[in-house]
Design a protein around this ligand. Structure first.
Ligand code: ZN
Length: 136
């Protein structure tokens, strides 16, 4: 976003003197300065978050993966992943989130933290969001 900080200078030679004119923000920016700053802060926050938790690529949020790469295990610091617990009985089929380190080594239990039901997680998230909004 160079346009926001860009200074344009005109050099005019007149009798050996050099006059400079600085025109700041001569073009209307595509987005306002505050929005741009907020985006930069969010980008830095995400980068630090990904580095801290060793996340290679953050998925875009869709209805299916709202919490992808955004739930960090309180026990081991791993990332929670979405799993579908299948059953022949459709009524028992569940979507849960569990620590990716739970069975990092096949057949051996790693992290002991519990799974959380997709619906419960969503309701808690909604509740916390509403609480946060209510404080404003
Ligand atoms: Zn864990």
């Amino acid at each position: 976003m160079e346009a926001l900080t860009q200074r344009i200078s005109f050099h005019i030679e007149n009798k050996g003197e050099v006059a400079q004119y600085y025109v700041e923000e001569s073009h209307p920016p595509i987005i306002d300065r505050d929005t741009w700053k907020a985006v930069q802060l969010e980008r830095e926050r995400r980068k630090a978050f990904m580095e801290k938790y060793n996340i290679q690529k953050m998925d875009y949020i869709t209805n299916d993966n709202t919490f992808m790469d955004r739930i960090i295990c309180g026990c081991c610091g791993g990332v929670y992943g979405r799993k579908i617990w299948n059953s022949n009985d459709e009524r028992l089929k569940r979507t849960v989130w569990q620590c990716n380190n739970k069975y990092a080594v096949k057949g051996r239990k790693g992290c002991d933290n519990r799974h959380i039901d997709d619906e419960v997680l969503y309701m808690r998230y909604l509740f916390l969001s509403l609480m946060r909004l209510a404080k404003i």
